[in-house]
Write a protein that binds this ligand. Structure first.
Ligand code: F0G
Length: 459
């Protein structure tokens, strides 16, 4: 068993959780039409749906909330945030926005024209959405090792750089509007990208003169994995590694709801291109609000400035990634197949291996998650075929590369005992796996259907 670093904080305030019976859970999930997003959070015992905006703020952050300056223009809290950002990333321009997808919304129209493509190790689903809203297409280009969940590779989030070059040559340089490095690579299992890989991607982007964007939602965890796993990086500080990760990109988008440990917030940043930041600002003002608050309250800016600094503390990152590793190892030991090695923010369970008899269009990962909820009130979510919308023309269900049941660990929120409970509950679900039959969708929206779709179990 991995050494488990005690949490470098203690609990000062608690939020009670409701313990439910199996009958109550059966009725809750039925009423939610078997969609985990349809559950009331009160009916969930351990909520691992996402690590986004669900972390616990520190006493310093809460104190900062009281000091937030709510001035419409030129808020003190805005300047504090700017100082922290400059210090951490060393770039010129930072613009607060209300969350990660808002950063995408204000940046991408400046880089993508209709008919172009965006190439990323893996686009997150809102990222794909905003690429499509620009009339462009998202192409994923992660290393093939990411697809073999049992194979150990320290950087399964890496860009497949030789394929990247092939894609640029195939589409032609002018059709590639941007290259996006997502750190960590959420959709592949919270898997990190190595510094060497990022540098190689950056040199390709420079060679072809294509803008390079970092999706920085989980930048601090990525830096920690570089320190732990990449040769020659072990003695460097997280801040030094962060500086290197960001030294060669042109812009970044950040959902601050992850590594900056706030409940709401985001940042879009530009290294030095004045024209690009002007283009962003033109979209921010009518959409997000004036530049010095960008859709956030002054107190949010204050908490974000503090959270950014806490999020890069090495002891916190060691403990947090240790939780994911601990749960992954416990699950692996009891025969639950997980993406190996453990990534940053979540355990990614390979549902295809647990439910080989459930085809992709009956949604094995979703089916597993529903069973875990019924068993123990734990909520995870499908990162597999269920989150892919049917083809708008043919109506056919696309098949995802991987069928992951994702169980996120909100930051500073749950204890080791919670994780033990998750492992023992899943072990009971494994015994019943043969009886799981899968689901059919009976009602759905055209875009991002998984949030609201209604499902029925196969008998
Ligand atoms: N990029 C990545 C890599 C993400 O994981 C997310 C959100 C976003 C962008 C969008 O940020 O939610 O602040 O607008 N991921 C969450 C998740 C929702 O559950 O993985 P947002």
């Amino acid at each position: 068993m991995a050494d488990y670093m005690p949490e470098p904080y203690r609990i000062k305030m608690v939020e009670p959780l409701k313990v439910t019976t199996r009958e109550e859970r059966e009725s809750s999930i039925r009423e939610a039409h078997y969609n985990l997003f349809g559950l009331r959070s009160d009916d969930v015992f351990i909520d691992m749906l996402t690590d986004s905006g669900t972390g616990a703020m520190s006493d310093r952050q809460w104190a900062g909330m009281m000091l937030g300056d709510e001035s419409y223009a030129g808020s003190r809290s805005y300047y504090r945030l700017m100082e922290v950002c400059h210090d951490l990333f060393g770039w010129q321009y930072f613009q607060p926005v209300h969350q990660g997808r808002a950063a995408e919304k204000v940046l991408f129209p400046n880089l993508l024209k209709p008919g172009q493509i965006s190439i990323s190790n893996m686009h997150f689903d809102t990222t794909t959405g905003h690429v499509m809203l620009c009339g462009a297409q998202a192409v994923d280009c992660v290393v093939p090792e990411a697809l073999d969940t049992a194979a150990y590779h320290p950087f399964k989030g890496n860009m497949d750089n030789s394929r990247l070059v092939e894609l640029i040559e195939q589409y032609g340089r002018d059709r590639v509007g941007m290259i996006v490095i997502t750190v960590t690579c959420n959709s592949a299992g919270g898997q990190p990208v190595s510094l060497a890989n990022m540098q190689e991607t950056a040199s390709i982007a420079r060679r072809y003169d294509i803008p390079l964007v970092i999706d920085a939602a989980r930048f601090a965890e990525n830096a920690f994995f570089i320190k732990e796993r990449e040769q020659g990086q072990g003695d460097r500080s997280i801040r030094e590694i962060v500086r290197d990760m960001f030294s060669q990109a042109d812009a970044f988008t950040m959902s601050a709801k992850k590594d900056a440990i706030v409940n709401m917030g985001g940042i879009v940043a530009v290294r030095e291109d004045e024209q690009l930041i002007e283009g962003i600002r033109r979209i921010v003002v009518p959409n997000e609000g004036f530049l010095s608050y960008g859709g956030l309250a002054g107190r949010d800016l204050e908490a974000l400035a503090i959270g950014l600094e806490e999020g890069v503390e090495e002891s916190f990152l060691r403990s947090y990634t240790g939780q994911t590793r601990y749960l992954t190892e416990r699950l692996t030991n009891i025969g639950v197949p997980c993406q190996q090695p453990a990534g940053g923010h979540a355990v990614f369970i390979d549902a295809r291996k647990i439910l080989p008899h459930v085809p992709f269009d009956r949604f094995p990962a979703h089916s597993f998650c529903v069973e875990v909820y019924r068993e123990a009130g734990i909520r995870g979510c499908d990162v597999g075929s269920f989150i892919l919308d049917p083809d708008p023309v043919t109506g056919k269900q696309p098949q995802a590369l991987m069928e992951f049941a994702r169980y996120c660990i909100p930051r500073r929120t749950y204890t080791q005992a919670h994780l033990d409970y998750v492992a023992s509950s899943m072990s009971r679900v494994m015994e019943k796996a043969g009886a799981i039959r899968g689901f059919r969708v009976v009602r759905q929206a055209k875009i991002l259907r998984h949030f609201t779709a209604e499902l029925e179990p196969y008998a």
